[in-house]
Design a protein around this ligand. Sequence first.
Ligand code: ADP
Ligand code: MG
Length: 225
Amino acid sequence: MRNRLEIQEITRTFEDGGIERKILDKLNLEVAEGELVAVMGPSGSGKSTFLSIAGALLEPTSGDVLLDGGSIIGKNKQELSELRLRKIGFIFQSANLIPYLKVEEQLVLVAKLAGMNKTEAAKRAKELLDKMGLSHRLTAYPQKLSGGERQRVAIARALMNDPAVLFADEPTASLDASRGFDVVSMIAKQVKHQQKSGVIVTHDDRVLSLCDRVLFLEGGKLVQK
Ligand code: ADP
Ligand code: MG
């Protein structure tokens, strides 16, 4: 089995009032295709920093990230945004939908940025939204959707360009327990069926049964307990 995501000896420091604080300290992680890993840890332990680096949103101080075997280090800004568009799907705590676009348009937009033609993009958007149980919401604006529906649109959007890796940063934080479980079920199913690697940061014990491994961010490293 190949690892679609490999994180090698990632260190990240931040300067805080003239003092260097090491948030991540030679952190390692390999996630195989079809595998969903949960990351837990107290607030401030560096979970979002770790996810941002793994998702090529933030540069590490040292170390490397491999997506489908290719390193992200040394790439310029344009190459990185290209990589994020094609290889990475991100789901955040709040869905971050664009208020003036209809549900289907949210998805078509990211496909267009990646160069997919309009007909193909519209077809794929419909298929994904159907899988997320949102066929009846194609032409709705985000403001009309429930929190759970918004997160499902965000998942569909993250999958639109068929990324290698799916990252989710506390995707259930704004949802009630049963909606939260549904949202993570959908993430888990896509990771399994589409042979992606998935990493989900969560505080929610109830969704851990949907994950293959649970790791804790402690002392700048990921540890299994
Ligand atoms: P978590 O997601 O686990 O709550 P974060 O990764 O957001 O933790 O933050 C970890 C630590 O790094 C916190 O102490 C935070 O203040 C610090 N930090 C995060 N981003 C920055 C930044 N851009 N500049 C300085 N400090 C930061
Ligand atoms: Mg965080």
